[in-house]
Design a protein around this ligand. Structure first.
Ligand code: UDX
Length: 429
């Protein structure tokens, strides 16, 4: 099939390269000419394991091309994917301006029978405005569908190739058949539904996962109060198949480009519908206060944070990505800086970006965890990079005089840390 994929962020690039790899002819489109230039030269403007190889392979074979020209991309496309961002606006709603401007730009070039698939996360009913925009411009017969994306950064390709499910939301049989054909090489259950239900599936899934994390973080606070170990508690709880083990890992809170914005958005459209989503609101509030909770716990060990030299390992919102959007590590650093602490930090991938785009964060950047540890009295693990999970406590003892390790991701073994001569502090343990 011939495809156009509008937007070259995580979702757009993974979608275009995976479908090109299946033998489709794909155009990736973006209004950002610099980004398209970078992509044409075979470089990927973001870090995602495996993406660069996949992209280059399909560009070399001629199945994947990039352009800023909508006519070139859309005029022959059987399927047009909208994969642009839907960031939060000031009221916490999903800002749909990019979805609408993409719709406006693609509309004049649509061919008869094309399917326009909204992959961007949009509130229920947003496709009606998309339809209005397109209908004003074109007379051709086209179909609308919603095929939400569930990929996680860091494992985006694997998640796209082998998802638990593929949700195809459309009210038209012909479009449904075409999308089922297109997704044939992809594993996972098929959920065939209407557009609004598909849109709600995406928000519900993200809100539920975010709630699981906040739930675990609340229980962690309770474990701190009682001196219990939250990891043991969650293990005992997660073995119940009705609950499940995943996404019950406590830490400094959830971040990233999806959970914080999608939770705010579902709360906003719930409010607009007069529906009080108190469980989801609770998850949001817990996440909003988790960094404060963590700071208070650190403060109970180090009363004078003003004079403290603090090492922070990790700046990205989670391991295996260079993405720092809504990163709790950065919020933690901001809060510590406000208290007057001196911050030394290292991240395997994200440091350069933070240095360039967050100049207000007066961080002393270091090029390894060993270099961070040398100067500080407390070391905070803020991102769950594998490198930090495997941190050598022997070496740490040799290179530093630090006293406390605050394991903000609960990834170290507390007994090993204690045996190595450090005071272990975790979240709920
Ligand atoms: C998420 C969803 O998983 C994905 O399905 C959706 O399409 C986009 O949003 P992503 O943002 O890449 O993906 O990251 P994810 O791995 O889900 O983690 C989100 C945040 O939650 C991270 O900050 C992570 O550190 C945190 N987290 C996750 C926890 O604190 N505890 C957990 O148990 C799991």
């Amino acid at each position: 099939m011939k495809l156009a994929v509008i937007g070259t962020g995580y979702v757009g690039l993974v979608t275009s390269s995976v479908f090109a790899d299946f033998g489709n002819q794909v155009f990736g489109v973006d209004i950002d000419a610099d980004k398209i230039k970078t992509l044409k030269s075979g470089k990927v403007p973001l870090y995602e394991p495996g993406l660069s190889d996949l992209l280059i392979r399909n560009q070399t074979s001629g199945r994947l091309e990039f352009t800023t020209n909508y006519y070139q991309a859309v005029s022959e496309a059987d399927v047009v994917f909208i994969c642009v961002g839907t960031p939060s606006n000031a009221k916490g709603e999903a800002d749909l301006q990019y979805v609408f401007s993409a719709s406006q730009s693609l509309a004049p070039h649509l061919k008869n029978g094309a399917v326009v698939v909204i992959k961007s996360t949009v509130p229920p009913g947003a496709h009606l405005k998309v339809k209005q925009i397109i209908d004003k411009v074109t007379q051709v017969k086209y179909f609308l569908a919603s095929v939400p994306e569930f990929l996680r950064e860091g494992s985006a390709i694997e998640d796209t190739l082998r998802p638990d499910r593929v949700v195809i939301g459309t009210n038209n049989r012909q479009a449904q058949k075409l999308l089922l054909d297109l997704h044939r090489p992809i594993n996972g259950k098929r959920i065939l539904t209407d557009i609004i239900s598909a849109q709600l599936i995406k928000y519900t899934a993200n809100a539920f996962l975010a709630s699981k994390i906040s739930f675990a973080n609340e229980v962690a606070r309770l474990c701190d109060a009682y001196g219990a170990d939250v990891m043991q508690v969650m293990k005992g709880v997660g073995e119940d198949k009705r609950i499940g083990k995943a996404f019950l890992h406590p830490g400094i809170g959830y971040g990233g480009s999806c959970f914080p914005k999608d939770v705010k958005a579902i709360l906003a459209f719930g409010r607009q519908q007069g529906v009080n989503l108190s469980v989801i609101n609770g998850a949001h509030l817990t996440n909003q206060t988790q960094v404060d909770y963590v700071i208070a716990k650190i403060n109970s060990y180090i009363p004078n944070l003003k004079a403290a030299k603090v090492g922070v390992l990790g700046l990205a919102f989670k391991g295996n990505t260079d993405d720092t959007r809504e990163s709790r590590a950065l919020l933690l650093i901001e809060a510590l800086l406000a208290k007057g602490s001196k911050i030394y930090a290292y991240d395997p991938m994200a440091a350069e970006y933070v240095q360039k785009f967050y100049p207000q964060l007066k961080i002393n950047y270091r090029s390894s965890w060993q270099d961070v540890a040398k100067d500080v009295e407390i070391l905070i693990i803020a991102t769950d990079w594998n490198e930090f999970k495997e941190l050598s406590l022997d070496e740490l003892g040799k290179v530093s005089n630090l006293k406390y390790i605050f394991d903000g991701r609960n990834i170290l073994n507390p007994d090993s840390v204690k045996q190595a001569g450090f005071k272990y502090i975790g979240v709920g343990r």
